[in-house]
Design a protein around this ligand. Structure first.
Ligand SMILES: [Fe+2]
Ligand SMILES: [Fe+2]
Length: 204
C-alpha cells in the first residue's frame, strides 16, 4: 500500500490511501489505454478548473491564491502534454462521460464554512494522491517506453500536488482536525473505488 506523508507543521499528518489500486484496474487501463488517455486529458483540465474554482470562491485567501494560481497553470501544461500524446497516437480529443468518482467524493463536502474549505482541500489532496498512485502504475506497466517515462514524470508532479493541498489545509486548520477529517474521506474514497467502474477511466 502506498504510504504518503506530509510534514508542514507538527504533529505530522499522514495521507495514506485506504486501499491500493487493484490489478484489475491496471489490466483494464492497459487494455483500453486510448480511453484512459482521453479521460486523462479531461482530468487535467478538471484539475486546473478545480484550482480556479477555489480561487473564485476564496478570492481574499492569499495563501490559496499564491498556491493555486500556479497550480492551475501547471495542470493546463499537463493537459497540453497529454494532448500531444493523443495527437501522436492519432486519437481525437472528444468529450467522455466521467466516472462517478469525483462527483461521489464531492457529495461529502460540507456546505458551511470553514468546514467546506477544509473538505475541498482534502478531497483535492486525495484525488491528487490517487492520481499520483495510478499514473505511477501506468509509468511501470505501459508497454510504450515514451509513455512510461511521461507517466513517471507526471506521477512525481501529482505527488507534489497532494502535498500542496494538504499543506494548505494544515496552514489553515488544526492538525488533529485535518487528520480526523482526512481519515474519514480516505475511507469514503476507498469505498467508491471498491468496485471497478465498467468504463476504463483514470479513476474507474
Ligand atoms: Fe496534473
Ligand atoms: Fe495534479
Amino acid at each position: 500500500m502506498t504510504k504518503l506523508f506530509c510534514a508542514f507543521l507538527e504533529p505530522v499528518v499522514t495521507l495514506q490511501l485506504a486501499s491500493p489500486t487493484s490489478a484489475a484496474w491496471i489490466d483494464q487501463a492497459i487494455r483500453h489505454f486510448d480511453l484512459v488517455l482521453l479521460d486523462h486529458a479531461n482530468c487535467e483540465k478538471k484539475a486546473a478548473g478545480n484550482a480556479l474554482s477555489l480561487l473564485f470562491r476564496y478570492p481574499a485567501n492569499g495563501q490559496l491564491v499564491e498556491a493555486l494560481s500556479p497550480l492551475a497553470r501547471e495542470e493546463l501544461q499537463h493537459f497540453e502534454r497529454v494532448h500531444r500524446h493523443l495527437q501522436r497516437l492519432g486519437i481525437l480529443l472528444r468529450p467522455l462521460p466521467a466516472a462517478p468518482y469525483a462527483s461521489r467524493l464531492n457529495q461529502h463536502l460540507r456546505r458551511h464554512e470553514p468546514e467546506h474549505l477544509l473538505d475541498a482541500l482534502l478531497v483535492a489532496a486525495i484525488i491528487e494522491a490517487r492520481s499520483h498512485e495510478r499514473l505511477g502504475l501506468l509509468g511501470i506497466h505501459l508497454p510504450d517506453p515514451e509513455l512510461r517515462q511521461f507517466y513517471l514524470w507526471l506521477a512525481a508532479a501529482e505527488e507534489r500536488h497532494w502535498q500542496l493541498y494538504l499543506d494548505l489545509a494544515l496552514a489553515q486548520f488544526p492538525a488533529d482536525q485535518v487528520q480526523e477529517r482526512l481519515d474519514t474521506l480516505l475511507q469514503v474514497e476507498a469505498e467508491i473505488l471498491s468496485t471497478l467502474h465498467p468504463e476504463p477511466r483514470v479513476h474507474s
